[in-house]
Design a protein around this ligand. Structure first.
Ligand code: PMP
Length: 432
């Protein structure tokens, strides 16, 4: 194994970096084996430290919607780098990026740019609390909103009880205002509002949850959440860090608005695609709400690298490409071809399989039907998933190394890439 450069690098990494990685899911803990150390990437592919090529369905966990190294994005970044890395003073590109975001999301009149989805979600919650003068928040089991203390919570024993921290180092007092409910459970939501609706600052939700693989909030559930928030003066916060500019140009909220006329969240959290692979995220909403932020209002929020000039150049160039007519139609069709191919490969082998997709985001389960909440997602057979993951990886197909993660197709995935993926899956399914 001395010639396996991934293993050698992993050994060096583990000596210096906890678990050898700078974000836990990269470590392959759920599936076992050695993480691939990426040397370079182009289009839909990356090459690992051994020079082995993989078709990439992670795409940096969502940002790389154009594939890696899109020439016009690379050019924009190169130009920006020559002009300066960071100024800590306002730039025209921040205004342009804000304009580009506001143009696509009718529910957003103003945005604040930050550097990570964690920061964006944390700041959105602070703003919701500051604007309403209330402390309690509701989140849903299986949704991830970054690793701010108050959001690292799992369900408690009942509605009225607080959630429990999911991480050591988060004091119970810090999560005492966070209630964790079951996704897609309107009855629980109604009970929670009946009990403490007038003390709720916000309900935060991933409208299409990508952190328990791929689970849609049902239309009736979403409609009820909207009604209850409005009725009780709580803000409905859409965490579209993953879905924003990924499932549609107008994000998941546009998907719901198509079926529920007039539907809109009160606040939106963005990340990933808006930075095109650079550290950039944002949160936004109506003017009156956003003007409660410092320096205009009493809710403090700040960042040394916020609106970074290289990151905004990358984000702007990316948004320019994905705003071209027909972009999402083509991306959605490609993703559907992949999903249909996987479905038929699984069916041929008699493997229970259910899959869903929207735009350039997809998910699949080794289950007979699509799950509706975290408990159902976790019924997936993780041993079987591990075999599927490694079988695909051995055949040059890189999907997320955990069964609770979504997958991403980019505009750079060719028909041949999809066909190669499906034939790899066909072989692996037969061996399961
Ligand atoms: N919200 C959602 C929905 C996410 O998927 C993520 C990251 N996967 C985050 C927030 C946190 O973003 P970041 O990793 O940039 O802090």
């Amino acid at each position: 194994m001395a010639t396996d450069k991934n293993s050698l690098l992993f050994e060096r990494a583990r000596a210096l970096i906890p678990g050898g990685v700078n974000s836990p899911v990269r470590a392959f803990r759920a599936v076992g084996g050695t993480p691939r150390f990426v040397q370079r990437a182009q289009g839909a592919w990356f090459w690992d430290a051994n020079g082995a090529r993989c078709i990439d369905y992670i795409g940096s966990w969502g940002p790389m919607i154009l594939g890696h190294g899109h020439p016009r994005v690379v050019e924009a970044v190169q130009r920006a780098v020559l002009e300066g890395f960071s100024f800590g003073a306002p730039t025209e590109r921040e205004v342009e990026l804000a304009e580009a975001i506001v143009q696509q999301l009718p529910s957003v009149e103003m945005v604040r740019l930050v550097s990570s989805g964690t920061e964006a979600a944390m700041s959105a919650i602070r703003l919701a609390r500051g604007a309403t003068g209330r402390s309690r928040i509701i989140k849903f089991e299986g949704c991830y909103h970054g690793h701010a203390d108050a959001l690292l919570v799992k369900a408690g024993s009942g509605l009225a009880t607080f959630g429990h921290p999911t991480s050591a180092g988060v004091p119970p007092e810090v999560v005492q205002h966070t209630h964790v409910l079951e996704y897609n459970n309107a009855t629980q939501l109604e009970e929670a509002f009946a009990e403490f609706g007038d003390e709720l600052a916000c309900v935060i939700i991933e409208p299409i949850a990508g952190n328990m693989n791929f689970v849609r909030a049902s239309l009736p559930f979403m409609q009820r959440a909207r009604e209850l928030c409005t009725q009780h003066g709580a803000l409905l916060v859409f965490d579209e860090v993953m879905t924003g500019f990924r499932v549609a140009l107008g994000g998941a909220q546009s998907v719901y608005a198509k079926q529920l006329p007039g539907f809109a969240p009160d606040m939106t959290v963005l990340g990933k695609v808006i930075g095109g692979g650079m550290p950039l995220a944002a949160f936004g909403g109506p003017r009156a709400l956003m003007e409660k932020l410092a320096p205009l209002g009493p809710v403090y929020q700040a960042g040394t690298l916020s609106g970074n000039p290289v990151a905004t150049a990358c984000g702007l160039a990316t948004l320019h490409e994905i705003s071209q007519p027909g972009f999402y139609e083509a991306l959605g069709a490609r993703t559907r071809t992949l999903v249909a191919g996987l479905e038929s490969a699984a069916a041929e082998a008699g493997v229970p399989f259910a899959a869903d997709c929207e735009g350039g985001m997809f998910g699949f389960f080794l289950l007979p039907a699509l799950p509706q909440n975290y408990g159902q997602v976790m019924k997936s057979d993780s041993a079987k998933f591990g075999k599927l993951f490694h079988g695909l990886l051995d055949r040059g197909v890189y999907i997320a190394p955990a069964l609770y993660e979504a997958g991403f197709v980019s505009a750079a995935h060719s028909d041949q890439d999809i066909a190669d993926t499906v034939s790899a899956a066909r072989e692996v399914f037969k061996s399961l």
